[in-house]
Design a protein around this ligand. Structure first.
Ligand code: ADP
Ligand code: MG
Length: 569
């Protein structure tokens, strides 16, 4: 092989390899899922590129992936005729981790094997999982549209480095050759491979094939002759895109496997919804809510969105136009019958079809969550603890669904003695006092601070529930949420506190008398504090504390002021 170079793996790859080999050992067969998944992605990419350049097929448009073994050499080969890779592609994709969330992932590792293997699973293992079972991996590849002489061979023992060299490769695509470790020879076994493929690959849209040896002519049970069968490549999976199948024919396991294929997540999803929509716009959607937040959830720039297909042809990953940002954790597939095959991100941007699908998909996800919230409270709490703070961005972003989103929010409150966010606004409405017409809340830096606020004293005394908010985003959320089911939100730290109907006549009279008594005092305090305060007022909301600071009714709340100060304003 010519032009052979040795490269070092990116440090992160070395660490990942180390970790993976040791902690994913008990689930080692997943390497096959990853490699077959890559072959299917390569087929999708080729189909897409061929839309504008048919010659890329090189008269071989039957896309498939083939598994073959060489028992003598101890190798298992996964071979596809997809898009292939150039030398630069190989060095980049099989030498680094380009994935988002990489640094977060590495910063979370603890050294505890059980915990870390969970994390690796969440992060996704991909191509490098080959080294769980192989002590040497050879990749031979040639990109579609290139000359046979532009083939590349990559090789590594999964330690510090890999080599790349130029080779001749007449057929397009990628062969991954695994030199199996001494005690991993089970993966040379035909039945073992078939059963793994059965488990992991039925949803893959291209054929997964294994070689079937020729069978000689033989005698049947009644002495008749059964004809010989020639050796052939046999397709062993269903090889139809899962979302095109009828719901009733897809098992939960298949939905879960498909999720792993498209999301690069290793755990099962929390829930999913599969819909064929006919009528003005025609499309199929398969939407998943993950069980665990990805590492890059807080990076709003990071890729998210659905996998877009048009008439079953893969068009792009991460089409974010179909999901609002506050639902960026949703994964899935959208297959449209109305969009043109040459659709681009620019065309998607302001397109009626896109908008209709985005609205419908948004509704679908909110509906799925509503259903989960009423059918399975525990599972919904799981969802909330992973993604609740993302959903809180919703009311600001999506005016039309504000009420629906509000119904999905969960808060800590004075009704529960716990920082856990478990109280819904409907729970709150159900516990409102006779005559109460507002939803009271307080925002603070921490749950403890909210809970200890002197502003709560009067509410405690009267037995009125107050929502205790202490996430950074809560202030932002509440500035976009004015009411829920026609009940206004009222921050208890602001301006006049009018408990309205909740006060009885006797109290009102007593308050007026008290006001007269301290008239001189408030003026004196104002003089002492000078410009530091706008006004000093008598308050009836304190029970045990002598005084407290409140924000002006129309000014900024104390929390917002703190946020602005932190931002240097
Ligand atoms: P992911 O599939 O999540 O991108 P992987 O580690 O599985 O991560 O693969 C890394 C990259 O290597 C892929 O994104 C792709 O660019 C390239 N690659 C891997 N296998 C193949 C293949 N069979 N054909 C073409 N490219 C491949
Ligand atoms: Mg992959």
């Amino acid at each position: 092989a010519a032009h052979k170079e040795t490269h070092g793996f990116q440090t992160e790859v070395k660490k990942l390899l180390q970790l993976m080999i040791h902690s994913l050992y008990s689930n080692k067969e997943i390497f096959l899922r990853e490699l077959v998944s890559n072959a299917a992605d390569a087929a999708d990419k080729l189909r897409f590129r061929a839309l504008s350049n048919d010659s890329l097929y090189e008269n071989d448009g039957d896309l498939r992936v083939r598994l073959s073994v060489d028992k003598d050499a101890g190798t298992l080969t996964i071979s596809d005729n997809g898009i292939g890779m150039t030398r630069d592609d190989v060095i980049e994709h099989l030498g680094t981790i380009a994935k988002s969330g990489t640094s977060e992932f590495f910063s979370k590792l603890s050294g505890d094997q059980a915990r870390d293997s969970q994390l690796i699973g969440q992060f996704g293992v991909g191509f490098y999982s080959a080294f769980i079972v192989a002590d040497k991996v050879t990749v031979r590849t040639r990109a579609a549209g290139e000359e046979a002489s532009r083939g590349v061979e990559w090789q590594s023992e999964g330690e510090g480095e890999f080599t790349v060299a130029d080779i001749e490769k007449s057929n397009r695509g990628t062969d991954v050759i695994l030199h199996l470790k001494e005690d991993e020879k089970e993966f040379l076994d035909d039945w073992r491979l078939r059963s793994i493929i059965g488990k992991y690959s039925d949803h893959i849209s291209i054929a997964v094939q294994m070689y079937k040896e020729e069978v000689a002519e033989r005698d049947g049970p009644d002495g008749e002759k059964i004809p010989a069968e020639p050796a052939k490549w046999e397709t062993i999976n269903k090889a139809t895109a899962l979302w095109t199948r009828d719901k009733s024919e897809v098992s939960d396991e298949e939905y879960q496997e498909f999720y792993k294929h498209i999301s690069h997540d290793y755990g099962d999803p929390l829930l999913w919804s599969h819909n064929k929509v006919e009528g003005k716009t025609e499309y199929t959607s398969l939407l998943y809510v993950p069980a665990k937040a990805p590492f890059d959830l807080w990076n709003r720039e990071q890729s998210h969105g659905l996998k877009l297909y048009v008439q079953r042809v893969f068009i792009m990953d991460d089409a974010e136009q179909f999901m609002p940002t506050y639902l960026r954790f949703v994964k899935g597939v959208l297959d449209s019958n109305d969009l043109p095959l040459n659709v681009s991100r620019e065309i998607l941007q302001d397109n009626k079809v896109t908008q209709a699908m985005r609205q419908a998909c948004t509704k679908k996800v909110l509906q799925m969550l509503e259903r989960l919230a009423s059918n399975d409270k525990d599972k919904y709490q799981n969802f909330w603890s992973e993604f609740g703070n993302v959903l809180k961005e919703g009311p600001a972003e999506d005016f039309s669904n504000r009420e629906k989103i509000a119904g999905l929010l969960r808060f800590a409150s004075t009704h529960e003695d716990s920082p856990a966010q478990t109280v819904s606004l409907d729970d709150y409405l159900g516990r409102m006092k006779e005559g109460q017409d507002k939803i009271y809340f307080i925002t603070a830096d921490s749950y403890q601070a909210a809970k200890a606020s002197p502003h709560l004293e009067i509410f405690r005394k009267k037995g009125i529930e107050v929502l205790l908010m202490s996430d950074r985003i809560d202030e932002w959320l509440m500035s976009h949420l004015n009411e829920y089911k026609e009940k206004a939100f009222q921050p208890i730290t602001r301006g006049e506190l009018d408990l309205g109907e909740l006060e009885d006549e006797q109290t009102k009279q007593a308050q007026q008398e008290a006001e007269k008594k301290v008239e001189g005092l408030t003026e004196r305090v104002k003089k002492v504090l000078g410009d530091k305060v706008k006004e000093v007022k008598l308050s009836h909301r304190l029970i045990d504390s002598p005084a407290c600071v409140v924000a002006d009714e129309f000014g900024m709340s104390t929390q917002m002021l703190k946020l602005m100060q932190a931002a240097g304003q």
